[in-house]
Design a protein around this ligand. Sequence first.
Ligand code: Z5A
Length: 219
Amino acid sequence: MSGAFIVIEGLEGAGKSTVIGAVSEYIKNKGHDVLCTREPGGTPMAEAIRDCVKQDWSTEEVTQETELLLMYAARSQLVHNVIKPAINQGQYVVGDRHNLSSLAYQGGGRQVPDLTMSQLKTMTLGSFSPNFTLYLDIEPILGLSRARGRGELDRIEMAGIAFFERARERYLAEIKTMQQQDAYSAAIIDASQDVDSVRESVLNSLDAWYSEFHHASRS
Ligand code: Z5A
């Protein structure tokens, strides 16, 4: 039996790392093997790309094309070497970020043209996409203040607030489109709530998706 790919998305400080354990526990309790991934990262080469992308290259400008291509290079490594093989073996993969992050940050935030975004997606992923996306929605000001409370901001986190506003708008627009195509493909969680309430909302949405997914795969 084939597994599934669940992705957690959101701006920095939305709480993705905080809820991923609860998502993973839920799936394990249903009797499945779970593998957690993060993007960019998740293979030796993709982790090296992650370090490269997050670093502040103070002596040279990082062009938006470089940033974009590095995100897709890391994703290609991860999907080919880890995610697809795991799903084919029946595992459930829980991803901390995936392609929607590129649409939001590079497409929305950096304003890379839609045609470039869709060509890169087609080249790298073909028709591969998550079975379910949990989007943790948060005002950038609140998310960044949580991220700041954790320590120094990285290169991308230092982009201005307008960048994150555009990223959030793109997230919301993409999720709306996904839900119009398939009501069970994505859920929006109000991530400004306290940790326990966010976790409860996430698990309720996950439970609704899981029931539907299993019902559909049995019928
Ligand atoms: N990026 C990109 O541009 N394009 C792409 O295609 C991809 C990524 C894949 C990855 O960095 C960077 O790459 C990211 C997007 C970009 N950069 N930016 N900017 P990362 O993986 O290091 O960063 P992140 O994914 O944004 O992780 P994060 O900042 O750690 O966010 P988080 O995982 O959603 O939050 P958290 O670690 O769970 O929580 C942050 C803090 O808030 C922590 O102290 C928690 O205790 C606290 N927290 C969490 N939830 C709550 C609630 N509900 N209330 C109060 N406090 C909370």
